[in-house]
Design a protein around this ligand. Structure first.
Ligand code: NAD
Length: 248
């Protein structure tokens, strides 16, 4: 299969960081596949992209057959897939020692299994392109801090698992020229952080050296750099646009 153009899959592409990543990718001429559990949100997202050959598809990342179906469809429509941004995620604020097992399992279903389902469903298509590909998953500072900024230790544990998952992909897919990295932001201004009270917001802002939450475009530009040829030597890494909340 000959692919000359970039086709970027964005899970959680209907909102926040995923949508901002998609907007930036469309600005450089990429085709974008917005996949979201909310088809309406994905369709609204289409309207924010620079016009092109884009798709909005409804699927739950926890449903592997559904992810296979939508990504096979997207690859057939657009002539293949070249990269994946795995952004779909949920936060959990219940402490580890108190969380209901079903809620714990649900956080892992979306944040870990969901990323696995997205990337594994895309992998056969990425391998077929015969050109360098890239995977970027959204992690979080929580993986290093143990939570406490926004999510609890439940969220932190799920984002820690994302790091191991992506390092595994970096190693497994290297023979096909596919790189895989994690972008781990600090609290970012998206619908996910709308639930924060004013007090929590200023406490979180005060933990950073920049004195504010990150913006979605700051995170998206990091993600899109990791899809570019200029980042060709970066794989298996955790890149942290975190406003200096901590140093690596
Ligand atoms: N906003 C932050 O402060 C922040 C900080 C660090 C990391 N992150 C991570 O960045 C990613 C994006 O977060 P955001 O702030 O843009 O969140 P958001 O809530 O604005 O967007 C998340 C999107 O994922 C979709 N989604 C949720 N569950 C899904 C499922 N099961 N299947 C398919 N789609 C699903 C939602 O419909 C939504 O459109 C997440 O992985 C999050 O954990 C966010």
């Amino acid at each position: 299969m000959q692919i000359t153009d970039e086709v970027v899959v964005v899970s959680g592409g209907g909102s926040g960081i995923g949508l901002e990543c998609a907007k930036q990718a469309s600005r450089r001429g990429a085709s974008v596949v917005l996949v979201d559990i909310s088809l309406d949100a994905a369709k609204r997202g289409l309207g924010e992209l620079v016009p092109g050959r884009h798709l909005a598809l409804g699927a739950d990342v926890t449903d592997r057959p559904a992810m296979n179906e939508v990504l096979d469809f997207a690859a057939a429509e657009l002539g293949g897939l070249t990269s994946v941004i795995a952004a779909a995620g949920i936060v959990c604020r219940v402490p580890l020692a108190e969380v209901d097992p079903a809620e714990f399992a649900n956080v892992f279903a979306v944040n870990v299994f969901g990323m696995q389902n997205t990337i594994a469903a895309a992998a056969p298509h990425l391998k077929k392109t015969g050109r360098p590909g890239a995977i970027v998953a959204l992690g979080s500072v929580a993986a290093n801090t143990g939570g406490g900024l926004m999510g609890s230790g439940v969220y932190a544990a799920s984002k820690g698992a994302v790091v191991g998952l992506i390092r595994g992909y970096a190693r497994e897919l290297a023979p096909w020229g596919i790189r895989a990295n994690v972008v781990a932001p600090a609290a970012t201004e998206t619908p996910m952080t709308l639930a924060l009270s004013d007090d929590e917001r200023s406490r979180i802002a005060g933990m950073s050296l920049i004195g504010r939450l990150c913006t979605p475009d700051e995170i998206a530009s990091t993600v899109n750099f990791l899809l570019s040829e200029g980042s060709g030597a970066i794989t298996g890494q955790v890149i942290q646009p975190n406003g200096g909340v901590y140093f690596n």
